[in-house]
Design a protein around this ligand. Structure first.
Ligand code: 0FV
Ligand code: MN
Ligand code: MN
Ligand code: MN
Ligand code: MN
Length: 570
């Protein structure tokens, strides 16, 4: 486990053969992550263009938006139709434009509806899902009418595949110990699988929707990826006449493309500035993840007004990824111990004691954080420095624990591992940043709460950790790293990798329930609670096809092309 990787290719020239590189002690044998080059180089990023910007576009989109708003405000539509409209608006990726309208509709539904069992399963499930999604209190018992005497869902319901699908999506909004919802998920998953696997007499369009839901439930899916897919689905499943006059579809497509144009400009700017400081050349033992990092930032906030937040979060991602590779792959234990000690006092003068590659990385890192603090002081009148320092220090300590485990060959139990690993995945740092980037105002009591690592932070970060381990640990074991969740469980229980993966999936599901609970109940501001949810979602999506962050597969690359390069044909 501790030997040098056999494919030590990239780090041979790292830090040595270019003008800006520092001198490294060549007598030290370092491992290589053997990471592929960045998926897109700066030339490719600079070549991105879009027709979807400018006055005419803005004006047209503005008109369409008002028409959709009128649809949402129409008085004479019945509740169920309204809920279906809200569902479509959200899935098509434009819900963020109509927050007030959506809340007003849901408040009315919540007030007037009696849950008297007259609705069919689809309608009940939709109502339940949308209300819970927006933190209204709805008990699981609204499904009592669909249960038989022994508390199971009536088998006759399985014939109603749309009902199954809607109940399935609703069941992901469960909290811990909600047996009816657990049963709902179990029951619907089974019948939905049967439906897609059975070739006879099925509705192809519905089947596509069912397969999509089985691969990733709506509640666990980040909005850009869902919008891209659902816009396509929505169009192909509509009747020709409806498409012709669907302002909603037209708006969704245009908005998607216009946001894509905005993202292209942001990516270009970021790519230029990382290129200017030759980050990838200086740290070519590490992963180049600018584009993937930008995707993570979109997972947190998609609106055009959040440019600054995305910029900071993408840069954060680059720092986290490089520093993580320093701790996991490139640094020696002695260097890492020194680094961890020096960063505690957060004094740039101390960096001179470090090897050059660390010094260069952390000089840039400190300077970025100071810039961030300047902005925060201007905007919020508070210095955020002590708070983010505390979170970073916690992260470096957690990294060091893992480096020590790796170097001594120690095998922690799953629970010992997880106690450290939800911090070492960087969730608490990322989420603390998102607080400063998205809160309307920075409050002392929120900061005190965040510094205690509250449960909402823990659950979101745990999902990030578990999703990451599912996607990355095979390669991590190959290149040498401490055991991750899957391996810890295999050691604990003496089970196969498949069994361990199954268990980790179960833990993800259980942690989602706790996160749902905290999102509804935590005293932290709503913007922050949403960030916690969004981080868990984007983690589930980045690692859906494997290691979408460090070793993107063709499916991952295709997804990034759909997000940032190819507009939706109008
Ligand atoms: C994970 O890498 C990594 F770098 C992540 C998830 C970056 C996250 C940063 C943001 C979303 C801003 P890796 O699998 O190497 O992490 P571990 O902890 O397993 O070494
Ligand atoms: Mn790592
Ligand atoms: Mn690590
Ligand atoms: Mn490690
Ligand atoms: Mn990992």
């Amino acid at each position: 486990m501790h030997t040098t990787s056999s494919h030590c290719t990239r780090n041979d020239t790292a830090l040595v053969n270019n003008d800006t590189a520092c001198v490294d002690d060549k007598s030290i044998v370092r491992r290589s992550g053997n990471f592929p080059p960045p998926i897109w180089d700066d030339d490719f990023v600079q070549s991105l263009t879009s027709d979807f910007k400018g006055e005419i576009c803005n004006k047209y989109a503005g008109d369409l938006k008002e028409r959709v708003r009128m649809l949402l405000n129409k008085e004479d539509t019945d509740n169920l139709k309204k809920l279906e409209l809200v569902d479509s608006v959200q899935r098509l990726g434009v819900g963020h434009h109509f927050k007030n309208e959506i809340i007003r509709i849901l408040e009315a539904v919540n007030k007037n509806d009696k849950w008297d069992g007259k609705d069919n399963l689809q309608a009940t499930s939709l109502k339940f899902r949308l209300l819970r999604q927006h933190y209204f209190k709805v008990p699981q018992e609204v499904f009592n009418g669909y249960l038989n005497k022994s508390g199971k869902f009536k088998i006759s319901l399985a014939g109603d595949m749309k009902g199954m699908l809607y109940l399935y999506e609703a069941s992901y909004h469960s909290k811990t110990n909600e047996k009816i919802l657990d049963e709902a998920q179990h029951f619907t998953t089974k019948h939905m699988r049967d439906y897609v696997n059975n070739n006879n007499s099925k509705d192809e369009k519905l089947s596509k929707l069912v397969s999509h839901a089985l691969e990733h439930p709506l509640h666990w899916t980040e909005s850009r990826m869902e919008a891209r897919w659902y816009i396509d689905y929505f169009e192909t499943s509509m009747l020709a006449d409806d498409i012709k006059d669907s302002d909603l579809l037209r708006f969704a497509k245009l908005d998607y493309n216009m946001l894509q144009a905005t993202y292209q400009d942001e990516l270009k700017e970021m790519s230029r500035s990382w290129k200017r400081i030759q980050w990838e050349e200086k740290f070519n033992f590490s992963r180049g993840t600018l584009v993937q990092g930008f995707y993570w930032s979109l997972g947190i906030k998609i609106g055009s007004e959040f440019k600054y937040a995305r910029n900071v979060l993408s840069a954060l991602n680059v720092f986290i990824t490089t520093i993580d590779d320093i701790y996991d792959v490139y640094g020696t234990l002695e260097e890492l111990e020194l680094l961890t000690k020096l960063t505690k006092s957060w004094d740039a003068a101390d960096l001179d004691q470090l090897p050059d590659f660390m010094k260069i990385c952390f000089t840039e890192f400190y300077s970025e954080i100071n810039k961030l603090d300047d902005v925060a002081q201007r905007e919020h009148g508070v210095s955020i420095l002590p708070y983010i320092q505390k979170m970073w220090t916690g992260l470096f300590e957690a990294y060091l624990v893992e480096a020590k485990w790796y170097n001594s060959g120690y095998k922690p139990s799953l629970s010992e591992y997880l106690d450290n690993a939800w911090v070492s995945i960087s969730g608490p740092v990322i989420l603390t940043y998102t607080y400063f980037l998205t809160a309307d105002s920075v409050k002392e009591e929120d900061l005190q709460c965040l510094m205690t690592y509250p449960n909402i932070l823990r659950h979101s970060a745990t999902i990030l950790r578990l999703a990451d381990d599912m996607g990355t640990s095979s390669h991590e074991m190959e290149r040498g790293d401490n055991p991750k969740a899957i391996q810890c469980y295999m050691n604990d229980k003496g089970v196969s990798e498949d069994k361990a993966r199954e268990h980790i999936k179960y833990l993800v599901t259980e942690t989602w329930k706790k996160l749902n609970e905290e999102c509804a109940e935590s005293p932290l501001p709503k913007s922050f609670r949403e960030n916690c949810l969004h981080l868990a979602r984007i983690a589930c999506c980045v690692y859906l096809y494997g290691d979408g962050h460090g070793l993107p597969s063709s499916r991952d690359k295709e997804r990034l092309l759909f997000l940032f390069v190819h507009p939706i044909p109008l």
